[in-house]
Design a protein around this ligand. Sequence first.
Ligand code: NAD
Length: 468
Amino acid sequence: MPQPGDLIWPEGVSLAPGRIVMGIGTAGPAGPLPRHEVRVRARLATWPRGDLLIEASPIPGLPAEGAAATFAYGSDHHGLIVRLDDGRIAVAVSDESPAWADPAFLQLIAVAAHEPEVTDAEFGVGLLGFGAIGAEHARAVLATPGLSLAGVCDPKPERIQAARTAAPGIHAHEDAVSMLDDPAVDIVIVSTPPDSHAHWAIEALSRGKHVIVEKPMALTTRECDAILATAADRGLLAAVYQNRRFDPDYRLIAACVRSGQIGEIFHAEAFVGGYGHPCNYWHSDADVSGGALFDWGSHVVDQVLDLFDGEVDYVTAVNHKRVWHDVTNADHARMTLHFDGGREATFIYSDLAAALKPRWYVLGTTGALTGDWRELSVVSRSTIGTLEEDVLAAADSPPVVRRHSAAGDVTTLSPRPQEPHPFHADLALRLRYGFAPRVRGEQSRRVVAMLEAAEESARLGGLQVKPA
Ligand SMILES: NC(=O)c1ccc[n+]([C@@H]2O[C@H](COP(=O)([O-])OP(=O)(O)OC[C@H]3O[C@@H](n4cnc5c(N)ncnc54)[C@H](O)[C@@H]3O)[C@@H](O)[C@H]2O)c1
């Protein structure tokens, strides 16, 4: 029987020896139920992650009343995390359950154990820049226990108005420095255009604020290093909102690869784009955006680096400028990460792709994964009653992921339920309990190193460039 001391607790999680009693109820009246995915419903004010879906062998027969968390199997409650009167935590899940290896489950147990000692204090978040992504951060902060909206700053009055619509009563600042100096702000989310990320991140860190930077972390590794060094010097958090690490299609692909379902991956292709004029905004101005690869590449390269173990030996890339001469970003760009052992991953971003490639094409030694774009539209009635069809851009809905076996069987994979605001939940858990977040600043620095190397390779006509 495993003992609490045998568990591999996630980084930052600790429980005093003897604080946890495992596996009570293993001899429940109906005997163990077959192993199954079960939903764990936390009843903790300080748990920001919502329900967890874990694989477990739940145990029937314990009362759910007063439990810190309950496990639902079918329509009944069968498993529990209970806080005992003496401060110990009793967990009614069988000793052999794989739930004991699930980092989120272990974090939940630790939160249940520590919750009585944690104050209700919230960490105040200041939103620096309230553009297209602003409302997403406002929604996430408002929905995450442990975080509160302490302020917003944007020079455009219409964006302040948008912030007030998303978060009525929010404290609006006229200039960035006034918000950065506000003692009510503990964390600053920098959502200004990319060429100003490093400046504002360092300004905020220098004033003792934790920092979340929008992607990309910055335009160069030199800037990223300056951000990370300033954070390390002051013992503060600096991380990037790599939200697409939690996209349903990527989570399916990562889960299949990690559980060995397609063997060892050695080749991946990812594509985003279509045919059309790039937007006429800073996104297409290479000096502000970093270039065509930086926007979507900040997400896709992050996913690829998360998927592939090992080192990138060199990067190659090509930029095409053929049609959209009124903007400075390339019209079509291709970069390849060459990993050790000859494994490779290619990302194409295109505004000249009249035919779409799949979002994902991943080959392993025993199978493959594909992610196909959906063609979806939203149909609604206009104010005068006519039907209106809004065709969604391919990238606006998650691709359909399929697993292909070596024998030719094809299985369409069902997405698992989404965690509510997983990045912000990690942030709250990091600030309250010290748990390591899944997305780390160093990972986003590595993403920028690849993008920087790709732009350099493209400038050199596709030569091999070693990332910094
Ligand atoms: N993670 C994602 O999925 C995602 C999605 C969209 C955008 N982004 C990133 O978010 C950032 C912003 O993108 P966006 O699409 O919201 O851009 P946007 O142009 O819509 O918004 C930027 C906002 O920053 C404001 N701003 C500029 N300088 C400022 C300053 N000194 N102080 C305060 N506000 C200032 C502008 O007025 C504007 O409202 C970019 O880095 C982009 O890459 C990320």
